[in-house]
Design a protein around this ligand. Structure first.
Ligand code: ADP
Ligand code: MG
Ligand code: ZN
Length: 493
């Protein structure tokens, strides 16, 4: 039996606002000491009242617009009730039937094929506190609660069950992540939990109209683990069905170390959240004029920027695609190109050269060391300086790679490295060799003299090599290479 995979993703994005969702506490919980960012509201003390963070609403509408959603004129918050030690009030303020944005879509691309994935809704809610467990403490196993995160603004983006493979799910996530980054509404770091994904997956016989029973996978903290967890889960469901069993609707957790998903909570134990309108907050009337203002302020997104890179810089689509995949990478590229001096080659050639360095050697070093572009110590001004050293003939391409590696490791400016280490073409024999070949070709008389026994003719040829390299060839290296070439000519003749 052939099965088709069906995937729908729920993504939680922590919004980067100054204060929390419903109180004035700073939202910098990640760097603050435990329980230092708390007040009666986010502690859930009786009698305290929430106030909506306008910036969080704006960020959610902004994201909705970027995803092509409709922004209804009326929205409200609801209480989602469930008891959990990290949930201070015993309920979470979320949105149920009237989210801030709905009915959008996201264009994804897999193996050159593009397709839209429906976005059901984008809504706003608050994050929970954080539990720290100490089960191994001798004689005193215990847990502690850090309330700093409680009440931080959290945006949830729910997709339609439109994806048909783990590859499509991965493409959806990376595209969505790029949009979030471009909008600047979140730090968007998966490891830090700023960007979290729950994956719903089911399989059905090919040709079947009805969806199969789904499971929901949680606890994945990288794109790679989402991809692996989905592949594993699809395979597990197929085996269950092929053995004549049936899929139970349940929540499963991904166990990274073992590469498996395990059952966490079945449907029978699913929560009845008893949603009801949040009585402490008035409904939100969203002014269409405000929505249009937000729409006008939307930054250029990856897709648009890609086409601009192709037009403005004459880049091949492949380069433009890779560079604009991350906003910081695209910014890095544009900053470097903008620093180009008057003497540099025409924009097209120069931009492609910058792209080659970023996508080639720089990316290789980044991957090798696991460094993100934002943390690279070679700044755009350094890369631009390096390219000028190559253009002016001070450095050969080979030497430039070495200098880049040192700059990458030390953060030193390329000019400084060249100066201190005495790097330049002089110590690059392949470059001096080129000059030697030219000098010999242009001076047949001197060559003939040398071969006829007049050894001093080699000195003249070394002088010519120095002239060609504008005095930068190391004299003893030049002499060595000239003699080698002359002796080779003797052997050959
Ligand atoms: P719930 O409210 O229980 O979380 P939703 O209907 O909101 O359920 O769907 C949650 C997510 O599950 C959505 O992203 C949706 O696309 C996805 N989904 C729903 N049904 C299926 C299915 N049969 N297979 C895979 N994904 C599904
Ligand atoms: Mg759900
Ligand atoms: Zn607070």
């Amino acid at each position: 039996m052939n099965y088709e995979t069906v995937i729908g993703l729920e993504v939680h994005v922590q919004l980067q606002t100054r204060s929390k969702m419903f109180c004035g506490c700073p939202a910098d919980y990640q760097t603050a000491p435990p329980n230092s960012r708390v007040c009666p509201v986010c502690l859930g003390l009786p009698g305290s009242l929430p106030v909506v963070n306008r910036r969080a609403v704006e960020y959610t509408i902004m994201t909705g617009l970027a995803l092509g959603c409709r922004i209804p004129g009326y929205s409200k918050f609801d209480r989602k009730n469930y008891p959990y030690p990290d949930l201070m009030k015993g309920y979470q303020i979320s949105q149920f039937d009237l989210p801030l944005a709905e009915d959008g879509s996201l264009q994804i691309e897999v193996d050159g094929v593009s397709k839209p994935v429906g976005v059901m809704r984008v809504h706003l809610e608050e994050d929970a506190a954080k539990l720290l467990h100490f089960p191994e403490e001798p004689g005193d196993p215990h847990s502690l609660v850090d309330v700093n995160r409680a009440g931080s603004p959290l945006m949830e983006i729910v997709s339609e069950p439109d994806m048909r493979s783990p590859d499509e799910a991965r493409a959806y996530l990376t595209t969505l992540h790029s949009i979030i980054q471009y909008l600047g509404v979140s730090a968007g770091n998966m490891q830090d939990g700023n960007f979290r994904c729950d994956a719903n997956v089911s399989i059905r016989p090919v040709g079947s109209e009805e969806f199969g029973t789904r499971t929901e996978i949680k606890n994945m903290n990288s794109f790679r683990s989402v991809y692996q967890a989905l592949n594993h889960e699809v395979e597990r469901q197929r085996r269950v069905l092929e053995d004549g069993g049936s899929i139970t609707q349940e929540t499963r957790g991904w166990v990274e170390e073992r590469g498996v998903t395990v059952s966490q909570r079945s449907k029978e134990h699913a929560h009845d959240y008893r949603y009801f309108p949040e009585p402490d907050l008035p409904p939100l009337a969203i002014d269409p004029v405000w929505v249009e203002e937000i729409r006008e302020k939307l930054p250029e997104l990856a897709g648009q920027r890609k086409w601009r890179f192709i037009e403005q810089y004459g880049l091949p689509p492949y380069d433009a695609d890779l560079l604009t995949g991350s906003r910081s990478m695209a910014d890095y590229f544009e900053e470097t190109v903008a620093l180009r001096s008057e003497a540099a080659p025409p924009l097209d050639g120069y931009a492609k050269n910058v792209s080659n360095w970023i996508l080639g050697d720089l990316s290789r070093l980044m991957n090798l060391e696991g460094v993100a572009i934002g943390d690279v110590r070679v700044l755009p001004k350094h890369l631009s300086e390096l390219l000028e050293l190559v253009d002016s003939g001070t450095l050969s391409g080979t030497m430039a790679k070495t200098v880049l590696e040192e700059a990458f490791a030390t953060g030193q400016a390329p000019g400084k490295i060249v100066e201190e280490k005495g790097y330049s073409q002089i110590s690059d024999s392949s470059v001096v060799d080129e000059a030697v070949v030219q000098a010999l070709a242009e001076n047949p008389k001197a060559v003939a003299d040398y071969l006829g026994g007049k050894e001093t003719a080699s000195k003249y040829l070394v002088g010519q090599v120095m002239k060609i390299t504008r005095g930068q060839a190391k004299p003893d290296l030049a002499l060595e290479l000239v003699v080698t070439a002359l002796e080779a000519a003797r052997g050959g003749g």
